[in-house]
Ligand binder design. Structure first.
Ligand SMILES: Cc1cc2nc3c(=O)[nH]c(=O)nc-3n(C[C@H](O)[C@H](O)[C@H](O)COP(=O)(O)OP(=O)(O)OC[C@H]3O[C@@H](n4cnc5c(N)ncnc54)[C@H](O)[C@@H]3O)c2cc1C
Length: 472
């Protein structure tokens, strides 16, 4: 093995010689990947093409003892350490230059207990792995909308999706975790064991240790649900958004309707003259009885003169993959996000203004509806505390070429500023970029002080710091 240069915690360059690397490799069952390995480029890639990083070593951990060994090695050599799940975080914090990456992506098993309605999920599982196994028994828990996202990062930051109105956030349905801590201890955390740690990880992200197993509560869902899109022309945006706001007052929690403003992709059910033009899309999801869906969805059509519609019964697992083609890895992405308790007129004005000047065909503004079960949990019940948030707005800047960075990032930032006066406090840490480190305290709001206490107790040396970092 060739020597490997790495970055120390204080930013210096240092060298690991062959015997150190062999000692590390001997304790990692999946082996290690370095720049000399053929698989290095594939192994270091994350979803956001802007996060182009060159870690020193990627440790392919196949079990919790591998993780313990990797954490101890990083500490002994004062190496930067990152933890990778599905590699989807916008900040790209699961990889860092010169770091040791704990990569559990080969561990994707999901084991369902249909009697207890629980799932044991390995730390490298993707949403699609989880949904597929759980749906074999007609079960599911709230997860996100893109099947290639990692369960680990999504859950530890909060997690919301189509089922959130009815069943809450992903963390609201987390029963227990197994973890490896900074000092090498392996612990289980739940409401009854290490309850302070369990409080902190439910929203506190990867700040406290490495989760090596998750256990979730499941609910009967589908397998067939009703879902799809209704698409309106952009010149009707104000009326569609205003009617949407009103409609939600009486919509049952089995029904979830989001809003996406973007340029129309060339979808086969849209007329060609609409392709590439700004549109307002209502993605619709109904998890109640299929026969009930039509009468609940029918009023949405009267919001305007739709230019296209594609909606009907389909397997839940298929709908969970419906947005994958628009969210493929490798593009350049820059996000900004606010929570809203309501959609004030001023917020809608800014949405319409900035959707009218989208800087690329892939940029979009989306409003995710989470009102319902997630709002019935006390704000202090766990680290994720935005229990007043009914909507999560994401300004999704997305484009292909570095030459467009300034234009697309500028648009995202300007819209974020324009909509800020109407936002509620706090922010969703899973949507925050790496430049938003100074927003972390505000993101957690009144739960931040307790998180700092937990960090001092469980990771006083800040071993786990490539994340939305809570400083000890
Ligand atoms: C296309 C796309 C769609 C999305 N849609 C949704 C959505 O619908 N709903 C939603 O809530 N979010 C959504 N997100 C945001 C998503 O929740 C975050 O990006 C999340 O961090 C992804 O988790 P990951 O494991 O893939 O990411 P990674 O980048 O691998 O991990 C993110 C961070 O989590 C921590 N981490 C990962 N694994 C572990 C572990 N085992 N133990 C301890 N810490 C760990 C690390 O700090 C790491 O830096 C979406 C993201 C993308 C890119």
């Amino acid at each position: 093995m060739k020597d490997v240069s790495y970055t120390t915690l204080d930013g210096r360059n240092a060298i690991l010689n062959a015997s150190s690397l062999e000692a590390l490799a001997a304790g990692i069952r999946g082996g290690i990947v370095t720049a000399e390995s053929e698989t290095y480029d594939a192994a270091r890639k994350v979803w956001n093409g802007m996060a182009e990083r060159r870690p020193a070593i990627i440790a392919r951990c196949l079990n919790a003892e591998d993780v313990r060994h990797a954490v101890a090695f990083a500490r002994e050599h004062r190496m930067r350490l990152t933890v990778r799940g599905g590699g989807h975080h916008i900040a790209g914090n699961s990889v860092a230059d010169g770091a040791l990456v704990i990569d559990q992506s080969a561990q994707r098993s999901v084991r369902i207990d249909p009697q207890q309605r629980t799932a044991r999920v390995a730390p490298g599982a993707l949403l699609g792995d989880f949904d597929r196994e759980a749906q074999a028994f007609g079960l599911a828990t709230p997860l996100g909308i893109n099947s290639t996202t990692g369960v680990a990062g999504l859950c530890l930051g909060g997690g919301f999706g189509w089922l959130t109105r009815k069943y809450g956030m992903t963390i609201d349905n987390l029963i227990a975790v197994d973890m490896t801590m900074a000092d090498g201890r392996r612990v289980r955390a739940s409401e009854n064991e290490n309850a302070d740690l369990f409080w902190a990880i439910r929203g506190g992200g990867g700040n406290f240790g490495v989760v090596t197993q998750f256990e979730f509560r499941l609910f009967p869902v589908g397998p067939e649900i009703v879902a799809g899109l209704i698409v309106f022309p952009f010149n009707q945006a104000r009326q569609v958004l205003t009617k949407y706001r009103q409609f939600l007052n009486s919509a049952p929690e089995e029904l979830n309707v989001w809003v996406v403003l973007r340029k129309a992709p060339p979808l086969p059910f849209l007329p060609e003259n609409i392709h590439g033009k700004e549109v307002v899309v209502l993605p619709i999801f109904y998890s109640g009885a299929v026969a009930e869906a039509e009468k609940l969805i029918a009023p949405l059509r009267s919001f305007g003169d739709a230019v296209g519609e594609h909606i009907g019964p389909q397997p839940y697992v298929e709908w969970q993959k419906a947005f994958d083609p628009l969210l493929t890895p490798g593009a350049r992405n820059y996000w900004k996000s606010h929570n809203f308790t309501d959609l004030a007129d001023g917020a809608l004005d800014s949405v319409i203004e900035y959707a009218g000047k989208l800087p690329s065909p892939q940029c979009e503004i989306f409003i995710g509806l989470i009102a319902g079960a997630a709002n019935r949990v006390a704000p202090g019940a766990m680290a994720y505390g935005h229990r007043d948030a009914k909507f999560v707005l994401n300004v999704h800047g997305r484009w292909d070429e570095a030459k467009d960075d300034q234009k697309c990032i500028g648009w995202s930032r300007d819209f974020f500023k324009a909509s800020a006066p109407y936002a509620s406090a706090g922010a969703y840490v899973n949507f925050m970029t790496d430049e938003e480190g100074d927003r972390v305290a505000a993101a957690y709001g009144s739960n931040y002080d307790r998180l700092v206490q937990a960090k001092k107790r469980f990771d006083p040396d800040n071993v786990f710091h490539f994340n939305q970092n809570i400083k000890p």
